[in-house]
Design a protein around this ligand. Sequence first.
Ligand SMILES: [Zn+2]
Length: 344
Amino acid sequence: MPDQAWIEGMPEHLDFESDGLRRYWVQLDYVHDNRPQRLAWPLVVCRRGRGPSVLVTGGTHGDEFEGQIAATELIHRLDPVRVSGLLLIAPTLNRPACLAGARRSPIDDADLNRRFPGLAGEGPSAAIARFVTSALIGRADVAIDIHSGGEAMEFVLSSNLQGRPGSPDLAAGLPALMAFDAPYAIVFDEVKAEGAMPHRGTLEGAARELRKFAISSEIGGAGRVTPVSMQVARDGLRNLLHHFGVLKDPAARLAAQSRSRLLLLARPEHYLAAPVKGHFVPRCWLGDEVERGQPVADLYQLDSGTLARQEVRAPSSGILVAAARRGPVQPGEDLLYIAEPFSP
Ligand SMILES: [Zn+2]
């Protein structure tokens, strides 16, 4: 059962306006298998006076752990006296998936980050998306949604921002991207290629639709946490909350002091998919510089009569920022992402 300091609350009875710290188990009603069900969903609301409104979310994908833990640590150490404005913390966004340690909800098999804004649908994922869009994103100026690569992929430790090179929106958002101070800061943009980022139905997309500022990350992945990935998530969240002014911290690093290497992931040739089925064996790894045409991986077709090996070459020059974690892959599955150095 929830701790004494946590209180149960129906969505319509939550207090977002009074000063103070409130820890809620939000009671989200949904229908599953034609039966009414209820999900208890943790949310921390902390307001002190007027100021920026910032939403922090972890666990949009349940197999990405750094965000869930960084948001939980923030709840544990939060001192309301240091808050200016409104801070909303939802550490386990797709809670059923988080508890299962899986990308998708075991209840409705939904990828929550394809379900926003959640206007339709009756399962738990739609109920979460609907509540987050209307009650949380609607109140926030800024959404910080912390992701990692999950079971399927591993990324360089990076902050992420969607933006079009040369646009005023990107110029305005770059200081936040750099303030995160991860080893890499990646700008990504719409790509026509199938499967490439950004996808439809994301929390960030829902935030941008409402003209809110949304920032994200890809902090490692491969379905596990490392001490370094955890520290990058922890420091990045602290730096961002300081940057936006909602939670000042003298230890925070400023955007102007950022050590992040700025990269662009925005063209079809930045994404390398498997041309054939096979066992994926990368020849280079995250952070490596590669040249266009360089062999970067092999696919071993162990089920072919000749046990054939197919060489896979880099479609562009740049830095290897993501790699598939699986050995056996199907044609069209993502193998490697190659980002290019970017100076706005
Ligand atoms: Zn994710």
